[in-house]
Design a protein around this ligand. Structure first.
Ligand code: ADP
Ligand code: ZN
Length: 223
């Protein structure tokens, strides 16, 4: 791991577009992209011990225990390139505090926290129309970003699937968990938070986010 590596956190309710924006940003800055949701889903698919355990929480819309998540993050931060983007982590106060310990130990810093906000109505609409390709994991939205052929991946020609936790009753639980466990992080990170309105198009949201990087050295170097 390189010393003094910088990181950006994406916070916000499920469905606010964190994953989409975090991935774009990681490509743009050539930072490592660490999505705890993606890591867990991969483990579930491979039916590892961790995956089987995580599955029981995920399909109910509940959070995977903090100790497990912290172990996953510590391991994944080891491979950080010039910087890292965290998507879906931290999600609780103990995770945020645990992350601070890991960062200190490894001489890493969190530079910015982007808070993507979105209305509950928009969230439910987005999540229930979200579909993913089981092979390449590309994410589609049947309303705003549909595949060319009816519910088939443009790249792999296989049928898209709906994530088990995108069923309406599970969405409700995820929103409750977000309010109770994750929203307190807005206060924890208040000095680093930049709030972004997430209801706009993905392109507009990304432009907005980029506008906050203009003063930074790494942005200048690339542009
Ligand atoms: P979304 O942000 O759309 O809700 P994610 O793909 O980030 O979805 O996460 C899906 C599920 O994975 C969560 O509902 C939760 O069960 C689990 N998960 C992901 N990240 C964490 C985390 N940091 N702590 C605990 N559980 C997590
Ligand atoms: Zn595909």
């Amino acid at each position: 791991m390189v010393e003094g590596v910088k990181g950006i956190i994406f916070l916000g309710p499920p469905g606010a577009g964190k994953g989409t924006q975090a991935k774009k940003m990681a490509n743009f800055l050539n930072y490592s992209f660490i999505s705890t949701g993606d890591i867990l889903r991969e483990e579930v698919l491979k039916q590892t011990e961790l995956g089987n355990l995580a599955k029981s929480y995920m399909e109910k819309g509940k959070l995977v225990p903090d100790e497990i998540m912290l172990r996953i993050i510590e391991k994944n931060l080891q491979d950080s390139k010039t910087g890292f983007i965290l998507d879906g982590f931290p999600r609780t106060l103990p995770q945020a505090k645990g992350l601070d310990d890991i960062l200190k130990k490894n001489n890493l810093v969190i530079e910015k926290v982007f808070y993507l906000n979105s209305s509950e109505k928009e969230i439910v609409k987005r999540l229930s129309s979200r579909r993913v390709c089981p092979e390449c994991k590309k994410v589609y939205n049947l309303i705003t970003d549909p595949p060319e052929k009816d519910e088939e991946c443009d790249l792999c020609n296989v049928k898209l699937i709906k994530r088990a936790d995108d069923e309406e009753d599970v969405i409700k639980t995820r929103l409750e968990v977000y309010k109770k466990d994750t929203e307190p992080l807005l206060k924890y990170y208040r000095e680093k938070i930049i709030e972004i309105e997430g209801d706009a198009s993905p392109e507009d949201v990304f432009e907005k986010i980029k506008s906050f990087l203009k003063e930074d050295d790494y942005y200048k170097k690339k542009n």
